[in-house]
Design a protein around this ligand. Structure first.
Ligand code: SF4
Length: 422
């Protein structure tokens, strides 16, 4: 991740600081679980160990209904003996895979800790295989390695790998929405943008042949807060980011849409007419959960990089008190509109040392702790109520129609705890 200038933290705004130390997060391979469902003719071939294969299978296992579009090419001891063999082996695996699965149009070679340790050059392998398989299959590569990364960086790396291959845009009239969204969320946003008179395209597209164009002057809107490398790659192609908060909750969704509408000079009356019905439904849905959430004290451990937008949503729309907002990385630029909406004095901790964070969490005894899977069980055993942050990636939560579901994801564990106590 890139380095960012520190935000001045005075008496106004949240109190931001950086901590160093051990963290407990999943690796970037996890992103394959939602990306393989999004790009319907892509295949993700992890070049890794049996551990990597187990991680992907257990993370995605419950969600596979059809033939999976991911697999692991296992690096074993024989492969470790010589790199030349490893490349030949990889070519053999890919050739066999494409023969068996002629529906594949886009193949990602996904690097892992083992492939990085043995310095296997997957970019050269992708180029070699792409040349051999063109034009029917494109082969790209990215790293999902868990060394010094967090699991949402897998999506960032995957989308960043797509950017150099995107077609050149001929006009600047289209909006580019960036970040994997559930299909139904994407459809809802497509309708809203159409009502606003904005032609919107989405990255990633659902099919390899339908990826959007980008070029000098393309305006893009981030739908996810963890896409630093993708944004940089888009800007290298001449695209410009529309600054906005993220589309979580009634207010977040409205402000996100408004940022695009302002950029495309949409008439305010048209904006109000297009957004009013969704906004009304979202507010109603949130009301149903506000009683359970208002006044509750919430602690975020760093995990998904969604923490700051979620904290903003919970505090402004659900009346939650934020004890601490830990986040693995804090992109001050992409999150500026979120940071400025957090209550004054909210402790935001970038990086967070696991032991120190645990000490503070135990001392504070929050009503709800949002954390990774590894921390949830021990904290539950200590009597704390937890929410798995990874669920927020697997569940559609963006937009007006999902605002109620988003609130419910936080209300449900509180409800369960209350019932257990009864
Ligand atoms: Fe583990 Fe690294 Fe494989 Fe992820 S990429 S499963 S962290 S070995």
């Amino acid at each position: 991740m890139n380095a960012h200038a520190p935000l001045p933290s005075g008496t106004c705004g949240p109190s931001i600081r950086t901590e160093r130390g051990q963290r407990a997060v999943f690796c970037g391979l996890t992103g394959i679980v939602w990306l393989h469902r999004k790009i319907q003719d892509a295949f993700f071939l992890v070049v890794g160990s049996r551990t990597c294969a187990h991680l992907i299978q257990s993370a995605a296992g419950v969600m596979i209904f059809a033939e999976p579009r991911f697999a692991t090419a296992i690096i074993d001891e024989r492969d470790l003996a010589g790199l030349a063999d490893m490349n030949e082996e990889l070519d053999r695996v890919v050739t066999r895979l494409i023969e068996r699965r002629p529906d594949i149009r886009l193949l990602f070679l996904v690097g892992s800790c083992p492939s990085e340790v043995i310095k296997l050059d997957l970019s050269r392998a992708a180029l070699r295989l792409s040349q051999r398989m063109a034009p029917s299959v494109r082969v790209l590569n990215y790293s999902g390695s868990g060394i010094e990364t967090t699991f949402t960086q897998g999506e960032d790396a995957c989308l960043a790998a797509l950017v150099p291959d995107l077609p050149e845009a001929v006009s600047t009239d289209e909006l580019l929405v960036v970040g994997a969204l559930a299909d139904m969320v994407e459809d809802q946003f497509a309708r809203l943008f159409s009502d606003l008179g904005i032609a919107a395209r989405f990255l990633p597209a659902r099919r390899a042949s339908q990826m959007p164009a980008v070029g000098r002057g393309t305006r893009y809107l981030l739908a996810q807060p963890f896409l630093a490398d993708t944004a940089r790659a888009l800007e290298q192609r001449g695209a410009r980011r529309i600054a906005a908060p993220f589309p979580l909750g009634a207010e977040g969704t409205t402000d996100w849409l408004r940022a695009a509408a302002d950029s495309f000079a949409v008439d305010p009356a048209r904006f109000a007419a297009a957004t009013a019905p969704g906004l009304r439904r979202a507010r109603q849905a949130l009301t149903a959960h506000s009683e359970k959430l208002t006044g509750k004290r919430v602690f975020f451990f760093p995990d998904s990089q969604l923490e700051v937008p979620l904290a903003r949503f919970l505090s402004r729309e659900m009346g939650v008190e934020l004890i601490e907002v830990g986040t693995p990385y804090l992109h001050r630029g992409h999150l500026a509109a979120e940071i400025e909406r957090l209550p004054d004095g909210t402790p935001v901790v970038e990086g967070q040392s696991l032991d120190d964070g645990l000490d503070r969490c135990r001392a504070a005894r929050p009503d709800l702790t949002v954390c990774g899977l590894g921390l949830a069980n021990p904290l539950e055993a200590e009597g704390l109520t937890t929410k798995w942050s990874i669920e927020l990636l697997f569940t559609p939560i963006q937009g007006y129609e999902q605002a109620g579901d988003l609130a419910e994801l936080f209300a449900r564990p509180l409800d369960r705890r209350a019932r257990l106590e009864v």
